[in-house]
Design a protein around this ligand. Structure first.
Ligand SMILES: [Zn+2]
Length: 421
C-alpha cells in the first residue's frame, strides 16, 4: 500500500478523468484527484474506494476545487519547439502566396538566414519578450511542459544567448522547460564552403561550453540533404553523448537520409518529422524504443504530400508523440489543440493517439515520462481541467481552447472555473 501523505493540499472533485496511464485514455467518471507537495497523491473513481484512497479522501484538504464535471487530463507536453527567435517572416509568407519560390526567397536573404540575422542582433530582453508571448499563447491551450531548441544563432555567443533566454523563461513562467542545443540546425553563411569546419566548431567549442554552463539537457541536429549528412550528425552525437547529453534528431523530413536508424542505434530519445522514414529506420527505432515525434504543423505549412508511415509505427509499437514544432519558417502554429486536429486530419491519428502523443509520449520524447505526461500517484501534478463533453473534443473542436483550470506542480496557473458559477 502506498503511504498516506500527511496533508492534501488540493482536492479536485466532481470531475471526469483521462489519466493517460498504460498508454490508454482510460476514461473515469465520478473521479477525484488529490494533490500533495506538488505531486499526485491519488487519482481515481470516488466509488468503491480502496482503504488507501478512502484514507486520503477522508483528510481535510487545504483547498477543494469543484471541477463541475469537467474533464481532467495531464497538461500537454510540447516536446519540439523553436519558440525563441527574432524578426518576422510574414513578408515571406505573402511572397509565397504570390508564387515566389522558397529558393528565390532564400536568394534574397530570406528563409532561415533572416531569422539567424535577426536573432544574432536581438538583445536577450527582446528575445525574452517575444518568446513570452508565444509561451503564454501555448499555455492558454493547455501546455505545461515545453521543449525549446536553440539553433538560430549558429555561432557560440548567440547559441548561448538563446539558451540563456530559455533558462530565463523557465524561471519566469510557472511551467517546465527542457532546453535543447541545436547548433547543427543549418550551415551558417560564414562557413559556406566549410561544412566540416562548422562541425568542428560545434564539437570542439560549442558543445563543451554548453555543457560547462549546464544550460541544455539534449542535443539535436538536422540530418537532411540541405543540412547535415549522416556522418556529420554522427560526429555531433558522439561528442554530445561523451559529454552526457541526451540526443534527438530532425530526421527524414524531406528525404530518407538514414538518420533515424543512426539516432536510434545511438539511443536517441526521439526522431522527429519522419515523413520519409524507411522500414529499416522504423525497425531500428522499435528495437531501441525511440519515440517518433510527428509534426503535422510543418507538413501543413510547407504543403507537403508525403505522410509519415503511421501504420508502420503502430505495427512496430513505436510510441508516437505529437508536437507544434513552433518556428517562424515552417510551423508558426501557436495552439496544441489545432495541432491535434491536424494530426488526426492529416496523419490519420485517432483522437486517443493524438492525445497520448501530446501527453505521455511527448514526455517520453523528453525522457520525462517518470515525472510527467500522465496523472498517476507520485507524478508531478501538471494537469488541466477542460470544459468539454469528451476528450476527443480537444482534437475535434479545432481552435477552441476551453481551459477551465491549469495546474503545474500543484500550483494553479489559470483558473476560469469561477466564471461558470
Ligand atoms: Zn524542428
Amino acid at each position: 500500500m502506498e503511504p498516506v501523505p500527511q496533508t492534501i493540499d488540493t482536492l479536485l472533485i466532481n470531475c471526469r478523468l483521462a489519466p493517460m496511464a498504460d498508454n490508454k485514455l482510460c476514461p473515469i467518471e465520478n473521479a477525484a484527484v488529490a494533490i500533495s507537495n506538488g505531486k499526485v497523491a491519488w487519482a481515481g473513481q470516488t466509488q468503491n474506494l480502496s482503504d488507501n484512497a478512502a484514507q486520503i479522501l477522508k483528510q481535510d484538504p487545504k483547498q477543494t476545487i469543484d471541477c463541475q464535471n469537467g474533464w481532467v487530463l495531464p497538461g500537454f507536453v510540447d516536446c519540439h519547439t523553436h519558440l525563441v527567435w527574432a524578426g518576422s517572416r510574414s513578408n515571406e509568407f505573402e511572397m509565397r502566396l504570390n508564387g515566389v519560390t522558397y529558393e528565390e526567397i532564400s536568394k534574397q536573404g530570406g528563409g532561415i538566414f533572416s531569422t539567424v540575422k535577426a536573432t544574432r542582433k536581438a538583445t536577450r530582453k527582446e528575445l525574452f519578450e517575444s518568446a513570452s508571448k508565444r509561451i503564454k499563447s501555448l499555455l492558454n491551450t493547455g501546455v505545461t511542459t515545453f521543449e525549446i531548441k536553440s539553433g538560430y544563432g549558429l555561432d557560440l555567443d548567440t547559441e548561448l544567448k538563446m539558451l540563456e533566454v530559455i533558462d530565463q523563461l523557465n524561471t519566469a513562467f510557472p511551467i517546465h522547460i527542457e532546453a535543447t542545443f541545436l547548433g547543427a540546425h543549418t550551415l551558417p553563411p560564414e562557413f559556406k564552403n566549410n561544412l566540416d569546419g562548422y562541425i568542428d566548431l560545434i564539437t570542439k567549442t560549442m558543445l563543451p561550453e554548453v555543457k560547462n554552463q549546464s544550460i541544455a539537457t539534449a542535443v539535436d541536429a538536422f540530418c537532411e540533404r540541405i543540412a547535415f549528412s549522416r556522418d556529420q550528425t554522427q560526429k555531433v552525437f558522439e561528442t554530445a553523448k561523451d559529454l552526457g547529453f541526451n540526443i534527438k534528431l530532425h530526421a527524414e523530413q524531406l528525404s530518407d537520409s538514414d538518420g533515424a536508424a543512426l539516432a536510434a542505434q545511438m539511443r536517441a530519445l526521439s526522431c522527429d518529422h519522419l515523413e520519409y522514414l524507411s522500414r529499416y529506420g522504423a525497425q531500428q527505432m522499435a528495437k531501441h524504443n525511440t519515440v517518433a515525434v510527428l509534426l503535422p504543423g510543418a507538413f501543413y505549412f510547407l504543403k507537403e504530400s508525403k505522410k509519415p508511415p503511421v501504420q508502420t509505427l503502430r505495427d512496430l509499437n513505436i510510441p508516437i508523440a505529437v508536437s507544434t514544432d513552433l518556428n517562424p519558417g515552417s510551423s508558426p502554429i501557436h495552439s496544441m489543440p489545432l495541432i491535434l486536429n491536424m494530426a488526426c486530419m492529416l496523419f490519420n491519428l485517432t483522437c486517443e493517439e493524438a492525445l497520448l502523443g501530446a501527453t505521455i509520449n511527448g514526455a517520453k520524447a523528453l525522457g520525462l515520462d517518470k515525472q510527467k505526461g500522465s496523472i498517476e500517484t507520485g507524478k508531478d501534478a501538471d494537469l488541466v481541467v477542460w470544459d468539454i463533453d469528451l476528450p476527443a473534443d480537444l482534437c475535434y473542436l479545432s481552435g477552441l481552447s476551453p481551459v477551465d483550470l491549469l495546474m503545474v506542480g500543484g500550483k494553479i496557473t489559470l483558473n476560469h472555473l469561477n466564471c461558470h458559477q
